[in-house]
Design a protein around this ligand. Structure first.
Ligand SMILES: Nc1ncnc2c1ncn2[C@@H]1O[C@H](COP(=O)(O)OP(=O)(O)OP(=O)(O)O)[C@@H](O)[C@H]1O
Ligand SMILES: [Mg+2]
Length: 315
């Protein structure tokens, strides 16, 4: 399948640019030049430090901020068109709800806006609230919701009407570890059902765990874009873990990099060509090889390196 076939793309952003102007006439170029294509049925991550332009890019795509320049398409339609809007679900960075409503009332309200037929409002609202772990809070007033509960409600709201494209601005924000895992699983379920997900995130582990592709934004421009595996694969290196040895045999120490020892397990990386020698040497020394796998850089390290290269520290 060609990546250029237009029906292959769920989201297409081309040459997005945004200059904010204050009342005093000051200008801020929040987004300089961003192009992103998200294939149907994939999960795409948008990463970048605070102020990189993630939220502004998503808001332009949703028509919530007027772009200075750029083309924005959802499922082949102009992103601002009613056709496109009906097919999108959105979790804003700071979801706002009328606090005097109960969770169910809020879901009914947003469900009606999303075009869910009246007779299906209650069942869909209840089902989604259960899916985000709010089954016990259906009739609770939102003024009593914790930060994480409101975030869960925001995610449930984004899924009303079973949108084909779901855009989530920092879905893990404010969630406890179980909540974060739930959201990861939810995104994987959405993808399995053919839904396209575009999310922004600071949770690098979340992005690593679910995203097919990642775009890294830095100062309003795309700093990198790739399959997560390709972004992180350290070419020519293999990661090895072993235990049962007090020190690394000489043949291993001579070629090993990034050596770490914790508890009883050694972890290090070696050139691909040395794997056989290394495994034999550990074996001869009476040790046990626990794992041999392609070396991957953590997204954290990658990110730090990228920003350092740009002469910038991670905030
Ligand atoms: N309404 C606005 N008016 C003026 N400047 C703005 C406005 N909204 C955002 N900005 C500026 O645009 C830049 C990009 O902001 P944006 O919210 O898109 O970043 P972000 O990548 O989402 O950051 P974060 O990780 O903190 O959410 C920032 O410098 C910010 O100060
Ligand atoms: Mg943001």
């Amino acid at each position: 399948m060609s990546e250029r076939a237009s029906d292959d793309a769920a989201i297409r952003i081309e040459g997005a640019r945004k200059v904010y102007r204050s009342l005093l006439g000051r200008q801020k170029e929040a987004v300089k030049d961003v192009s992103i294509t998200v294939k149907r049925g994939t999960i795409h991550g948008l990463l970048g430090p605070n102020g990189a332009g993630k939220t502004t890019t998503l808001k332009m795509l949703l028509g919530l901020v007027r772009p200075t320049a750029g083309r924005f398409e959802i499922l082949g339609d102009d992103a601002g068109s009613p056709e496109a809007r009906r097919r999108i679900g959105f979790l804003p960075e700071q979801p706002y709800f009328p606090v005097h409503l109960t969770a169910l009332q809020a879901m009914r309200f947003y469900g009606a806006l999303a075009g869910v037929p009246e007779e299906r409002l209650d069942s869909q609202a209840a089902e989604l609230l259960e899916r985000v772990g709010l089954a016990d809070a259906v009739r609770a007033e939102l003024s009593r919701f914790s930060r994480g509960m409101l975030q869960r409600l925001g995610i449930a709201q984004a899924l009303l009407g079973s949108p084909e494209v779901v855009i989530l601005d920092e879905p893990a924000s404010g969630l406890d570890p179980v909540g974060q895992r739930d959201v990861r699983n939810l995104m994987l379920e959405l993808r399995a059902a053919g839904t396209t997900v575009l999310l922004s995130s600071h949770q690098l582990s979340e992005v690593e765990a679910v995203c097919d592709r990642v775009t890294i934004l830095h100062r309003g421009a795309v700093a990198a874009e790739d399959h997560i595996d390709r972004l992180l694969d350290v070419e020519g290196k293999t990661a090895v873990r072993a235990r049962g040895i007090e020190r690394l045999p000489e043949a291993v120490a001579a070629v090993a990099d990034d050596v770490a020892f914790s508890g009883s397990v050694w972890a290090f990386s070696v050139p691909d060509g040395a794997v056989r020698t290394v495994v034999d040497a550990i074996d001869d020394a009476g040790g046990v090889v626990l794992a041999v796998q392609p070396k991957r850089e953590s997204l954290e390290d990658y990110f730090a390196r990228l920003l350092a290269r740009a002469g910038e520290e991670v905030a």
